[in-house]
Design a protein around this ligand. Structure first.
Ligand SMILES: Cc1cc2nc3c(=O)[nH]c(=O)nc-3n(C[C@H](O)[C@H](O)[C@H](O)COP(=O)(O)OP(=O)(O)OC[C@H]3O[C@@H](n4cnc5c(N)ncnc54)[C@H](O)[C@@H]3O)c2cc1C
Length: 475
């Protein structure tokens, strides 16, 4: 039930970018309506009891370096609306077969010291990014534009543009540092031999030392809930449980912002697009998918490497070459039997996630787009490899294949969680050279398929809505 028959702005989708876009419009004094297909708002920031009553799992995102560093979120009173970040001792641990682990922690000095022979190499590579982060963030978390600080950008770009495998080998001498960097770069969901994959690794490393890799107390849903209650306090409205099937169903408005993939936009507005813009959106590429497992556990994961027991995130994939092989496989339509697994263990620092003494864990690996293969046993074998006895702790599990992820949220095309392939071109120009704008007057995209891309940061929504305000002279 809506309060008005028409609005200044309508937003389709209540992911972090949709809610961010709505807040920008509402703060500008406009009337705003957000329409969400699911009964539960939040898109990639939902939490739910996926396994057993009393166990809160993050349905999609769990760890929030991008949200903690988001220049837009910084301007919002999210803490007053119930959002609290909590930080593990180590942002990341990366265990090896000999029982040791490489770690990323808030202090760059301590991280460097833990890397032995690569102490100075890590300092040289990541230190300048941390020091210049206040300048860099506007480029890394914004749409491409002419840099006002070309030297700072060049210093970042010269490393960022390189294939991660090459940069890991040329920068570091030891396997732990190479593998640590490979795991970070693998968040790109691209083969580590691809140009531009170092950008993702460098940004995630720098963020560990800038704002940290926190989780939200109570679950990622608290991010969506805080954004939503703040939006409502500004007069914005949200309607959940209504799937938009055509632009024609929307109430009249001056601007429509779609928190959708290009495919989703074509589904609701395809017939209205001129052929050239439609073709450009159809050509957009999505990249591999993920297979996800959530566990309800009888106790903490019994890691061999002690650092893992104090880490929010654990990367399971061993060496640089093993991780690189796994990423190549998922990008070339193959399933790795030893997949690179990204695991988070929120209940270690947030007891509200599970009954007393019990724990939750969240993990996924990369698989070919739309894959139907059940990867549970391969993922659990990787955990068991670094934490013998893990399987005995499992009370219950919930799994989601790429098809199930897409069925819940059509933005996850083929199970892809990065809003589209992070090829060098699509890292900057996404989904087309028009970025947020479309050729339909008043229709904009604001999802992770626009710059700066995937992650919970709300910056796509912020930039899209700001551009809409400018172009349409709405204030
Ligand atoms: C398994 C998984 C793990 C992830 N882990 C992390 C992580 O740890 N950290 C991190 O920063 N990021 C992570 N991400 C990525 C992050 O969740 C996304 O980048 C982010 O949520 C994108 O936000 P968005 O607003 O663009 O879109 P979404 O969050 O996808 O929201 C889009 C919304 O639009 C709705 N919608 C779609 N079609 C329609 C329609 N026709 N009508 C109405 N509503 C519609 C959907 O239901 C959804 O609620 C993960 C994603 C997944 C899936």
């Amino acid at each position: 039930m809506t309060h008005r028959s028409e609005y200044d702005g309508v937003i389709v989708g209540s992911g972090p970018n949709g809610l961010a876009a709505a807040i920008v419009l509402a703060r500008a004094g406009l009337s705003v309506l957000v329409i969400e297909a699911l009964e539960q708002i939040g898109g990639g920031t939902r939490s739910d009891e996926l396994t057993l009553p009393g166990f809160t799992h993050d349905v999609c995102s769990a760890v929030h370096p991008m949200a903690a560093a988001s220049p837009f979120f910084r301007t919002l009173p999210l803490h007053d609306h119930g959002l609290e970040w909590i930080y593990p001792q180590y942002a990341l641990a990366h265990p090896f077969d000999d029982g040791s682990a490489a770690v990323l922690e808030h202090s760059i000095e301590k991280t460097c010291q833990s890397l032995g022979v690569d102490e100075n190499s890590y300092k040289r590579l990541v230190g300048p990014l941390v020091a210049k982060w206040p300048i860099l963030e506007q480029y890394v978390l914004g749409p491409i534009g002419f840099p006002r600080h070309p030297l700072v950008m060049a210093g970042f770009g010269i490393h960022a543009i390189q294939p991660a495998r090459r940069l890991a080998k040329s920068s570091f001498k030891s396997e732990p540092a190479r593998a640590l960097f490979a795991g970070l770069a693998a968040h790109s969901l691209m083969p580590l031999e691809s140009w531009g994959t170092s950008a993702v690794g460098l940004v995630l490393a720098a963020l560990a030392h800038v704002g940290g890799w926190p989780i939200a107390r109570g679950g990622s849903q608290r991010i969506a809930d805080a954004l939503a209650t703040y939006l409502r306090s500004l007069g914005g409205e949200i309607v959940a449980g209504v799937r938009v099937r055509s632009l024609k169903e929307l109430p009249p408005s001056k601007v429509v912002l779609c928190d959708l993939s290009p495919r989703g936009v074509l589904q609701i507005a395809g017939e209205s697009f001129p052929v050239s813009n439609r073709r450009a959106l159809e050509r957009y590429r999505y990249g591999p998918g993920v297979f996800k497992v959530d566990w309800a556990l009888r106790g903490p994961i019994p890691w061999t490497a002690r650092q893992c027991a104090q880490a929010g995130t654990v990367h399971l994939g061993g060496t640089l070459s093993e991780i690189a092989r796994s990423e190549r496989d998922s990008c070339s339509n193959e399933h790795s039997e030893h997949p690179f697994v990204l695991l988070a263990q929120p209940s270690l620092i947030d007891p509200s996630r599970a009954p007393a003494g019990c724990h939750t864990a969240w993990a996924y690996c990369h698989v070919p787009s739309g894959s139907a293969l059940d990867m549970t046993s391969f993922i659990e074998a990787q955990v068991e490899r670094f934490a013998p006895g893990f399987r005995d702790l499992i009370f219950a599990r919930s799994t989601k294949s790429p098809a199930q992820l897409e069925a819940e949220n059509s933005n996850l095309v083929g199970g892809n969680i990065t809003g589209g392939a992070n090829s060098l071109l699509q890292l900057f120009l996404r989904p087309t050279s028009r970025l947020y704008e479309t050729s339909i007057y008043g229709l904009f995209l604001c999802s992770a398929s626009t710059p700066p891309g995937a992650g919970v940061h709300g910056m796509c929504g912020y930039h899209a809505a700001t551009r809409a305000l400018d172009i349409l002279h709405l204030t």
